[in-house]
Ligand binder design. Structure first.
Ligand code: PMV
Length: 355
């Protein structure tokens, strides 16, 4: 019997608080600004990927949710797979006792257990799981930081899904090879376990303008982006890292909401403009704004990626109240549960219903 070379791993979605939007180098995927996200640890927002190398495979192939995706030469999938094979070849050269599998073709199967390409960061978990599965298949000694350099070449935000907890993607300054544009863990999940994310799926259809084409258009046409990357993001990155270190939720929330607002302002400033949020997204912003008015410090932070779905960050004691509030305005056909207990629609004390 021949040996089986196969590995399965999964990677979670991450949702940015400081948004990545714009590339300074398209092929290396080098961003115009650093970004920071929270990796979601729920089991129901993951990509699970199996990679297998076999001498009988005549070509590299990949299936996403059961449907074959073409691996275009020079494309992102191709780049990630080729880079991982190169690392395995180096590893084999340094460890002659290891089986020679770098030259085998690979078959890769990946499943997302949530809507693909609907602004729920499916490419982030997808490329992170792909790179991670190949690193396991190839038994590579590389750190998550090293692997983030390769996941970045698949989809920029994917580099952040190689870590749990609070994760920064430093834009780096090596424009020739991008060797310092990688992810870094700012704090593990255990640092602030009360931090939770409530995901409101407003629409799970595939988004209209892909992040790739949207970013290209923004970089070329938006004057606001230039202000954002030079004047706003650098200090915001430092501030949010400090807020996370000190567990100051109010500051974390304000920075997160301001950054989501500015990202969507930049999308609107793109010519022709891009709209990712819809009326429901904007209604959720109004509801959270009114909710935050009731307390001295914000207790909820909304954020939106390249789609209409809201992610609301909040601390555990407030999550049920926020879910009750959202359900009051948007009753669901199906029951919603938190911690095994059904959530009933309700308004908090003093809430102005006519938001
Ligand atoms: O990695 P991409 O190309 O899918 O871009 C993701 C961009 C945003 O999700 C909108 C922001 C971010 O930092 O994740």
């Amino acid at each position: 019997m021949s040996n089986v070379y196969q590995a399965t791993t999964s990677a979670p979605v991450n949702i940015a608080c400081i948004k990545y939007w714009g590339k300074r180098n398209e092929s290396l995927i080098l961003p115009t600004n650093s970004s920071l996200s929270v990796t979601l640890s729920q089991d129901n927002l993951r990509s699970t990927t199996t990679a297998r190398a076999d001498p009988s495979f005549t070509t590299d192939r990949l299936w996403l949710n059961g449907k074959e995706d073409i691996i275009k030469p020079g494309g992102r999938l191709h780049t990630c797979i080729t880079e991982m094979k190169r690392l395995r070849a180096e590893f084999e050269a340094a460890n002659p006792d290891q089986p020679k599998i770098a030259s085998f073709n690979v078959h890769i199967c990946s499943f997302n257990n949530f809507p693909t390409a609907a602004g729920l960061a499916s490419s982030a978990s997808g490329f992170a799981a792909l790179v991670y599965a190949l690193s396991r298949l190839y038994v590579l000694p590389h750190s998550p930081e090293d692997l983030s350099l390769i996941a970045r070449r698949g989809s920029g935000s994917a580099c952040r899904s190689l870590f749990g907890g609070f994760v920064a993607w430093d834009m780096g300054s090596d424009d020739a090879t991008g060797s310092d544009s990688k992810a870094r863990q700012v704090a593990p999940e255990s640092h602030w376990p009360e931090m939770e994310a409530l995901i409101c799926v407003v629409n799970d259809a595939k988004k209209g303008t892909s992040s790739t084409s949207g970013m290209q258009r923004t970089v070329v046409t938006s004057a606001l982006l230039q202000h954002r990357i030079s004047e706003v993001v650098p200090s915001r990155m430092a501030e949010i890292e400090r807020a996370i270190a000190d567990k100051r939720f109010g500051d974390f929330a304000e920075i997160t909401m301001r950054d989501s607002n500015q990202f969507h302002a930049v999308a609107l400033d793109t010519y022709p403009p891009i709209f990712y949020m819809n009326d429901v997204s904007r209604a959720i912003i109004a509801i959270i704004t009114e909710y935050n008015r009731l307390s001295e410090q914000p207790k909820a932070a909304y954020t939106y990626d390249a789609g209409p779905n809201a992610v609301i960050y909040a601390l555990t004691p407030n999550v049920r109240e926020i879910a009750q509030l959202v359900l009051y305005y948007f009753p669901q056909a199906e029951k919603v549960f938190i911690g095994g207990k059904e959530v009933e629609a309700a308004l908090p004390e003093g809430f102005n219903e006519a938001v």
